[in-house]
Design a protein around this ligand. Structure first.
Ligand code: SAM
Length: 346
């Protein structure tokens, strides 16, 4: 993420990084100088104004035209640009200094460094407490850089390789929590990145989202077939990554997220996990709404749960859907997103 005139995001979101500024109030004062007008909702943001987010602490929204990347606060890593919905996973995981966390799919490191801000916001420690995995060596370099800018190189180890092979429960017997944010279709992303991803997807998503003229129906059918095939490959990969995280003996909380709007990559991955014999044996359940940003109004699709769990009551299905969070692209002030938290008593 960064300032880009092609990016048509409704809001530019950024958060104060406590690891680089123990005195958040001093940063707030600087922000007040730059953005003198405070607005009460993100819909009210105009150039020069600022919105203090009501869901994520120390997260702010400004007008996309206001260039924040040239500001000293940004250059010094004291503020970090990150979409609001992308801040949900670390907030839901809510780790403390007692925890050891694995971020299974980390680059470029937005969520990794956000997790660090929850763990070390009140003071850095001298040992590694977060283990970040990234398969792509080039992206791992970006991750490394972001961790350095955020000021938590000592507390995070970067492991380059496939999380499902490199991270074994015997090597990490005491990990308590996971962020699992694997590759997805990116269908919730718009703006320049969305257009790039459309090109990569041969416009399949565009066809699905925007409808197609009659004469293109045949082509659309073919493209739609491609999309379905792609979603099914992605969802079985996503399932494997989360299931692997669930196999760690001391893990108590796992937050799974995507920037996809498709149920195939979201609720249905969760459903497949809940139906898996091993996952049942390990005791994993969907966390209750009260620990998953309860005030956020848009929750998971209840129909997905009702369709599969025919023996469960409507309220049981609602409870599972309530353990999920959804954000719609643009309509909710940023990218389209999905997050769910699994937890168990051990
Ligand atoms: N969590 C990141 C953030 O907030 O900045 C974004 C993660 S991005 C959606 C998914 C990342 O997972 C990509 O960088 C991809 O290279 C990496 N990845 C894909 N498969 C992986 C695997 N098996 N093990 C580790 N990383 C993987």
């Amino acid at each position: 993420t960064g300032d880009s005139s092609n990016d048509i995001t409704p809001v530019r979101w950024f958060r104060i990084n406590p690891l680089r500024c123990p005195d958040a109030s001093a940063v707030m004062k600087e922000l007040e100088k730059k953005f003198p007008q405070r607005v009460e909702s993100w819909e009210g943001i105009v150039p020069g104004s600022i919105y203090h987010d009501e869901f994520i602490p120390y997260l702010f929204g400004i007008h996309p035209q206001d260039k924040i990347t040239s500001h000293e606060l940004y250059k010094q890593g004291r503020i970090i640009i990150q979409d609001r919905a992308s801040c949900f996973p670390a907030h839901i995981l809510n780790p403390t200094l007692e925890d050891k966390i694995i971020d299974a799919c980390s680059a470029p490191g937005n969520k990794t460094t956000h997790v660090a801000s929850y763990m070390f916001g009140n003071g850095l420690v001298d040992d590694v407490r977060i283990f970040a995995f990234e398969k792509d060596p080039e992206r791992a370099k970006v991750l490394q850089k972001m961790i350095k800018v955020a000021g938590c190189s000592k507390q995070i180890s970067v492991n380059v390789g496939d999380f499902t092979k490199l991270a074994t429960p015997s090597k990490f017997p005491d990990v308590t929590g996971f962020i699992v944010d694997p590759s997805c279709s990116g269908s919730g992303i718009f703006g320049r990145k969305y257009i790039d991803s459309l090109n990569r997807q041969k416009k399949t998503q565009d066809i699905v989202d925007n409808g197609v003229p009659d004469e293109q129906e045949e082509m659309a059918e073919k493209e739609n077939g491609n999309l379905q095939e792609r979603l099914s490959k992605l969802s079985s990969f996503q399932f494997q990554v989360v299931k692997h995280a669930m196999s760690f003996p001391k893990a108590k909380r796992i937050v799974y997220s995507t920037c996809s709007i498709h149920a195939e990559e979201n609720e249905r991955v969760a459903l497949d996990l809940l139906l898996d014999e091993k996952v049942k044996q390990w005791g994993w359940k969907i966390a209750k709404r009260e620990s998953v940003i309860p005030q956020w109004p848009r929750r998971g699709f209840v129909s997905e749960f009702q369709e599969i769990f025919r023996d469960k009551t409507a309220s049981e299905c609602q409870e599972m859907a309530d353990g999920c969070i959804r954000a719609l692209p643009r309509e909710d002030g940023g990218i389209g997103f999905f997050a769910i938290c699994f937890e168990r008593d051990i």
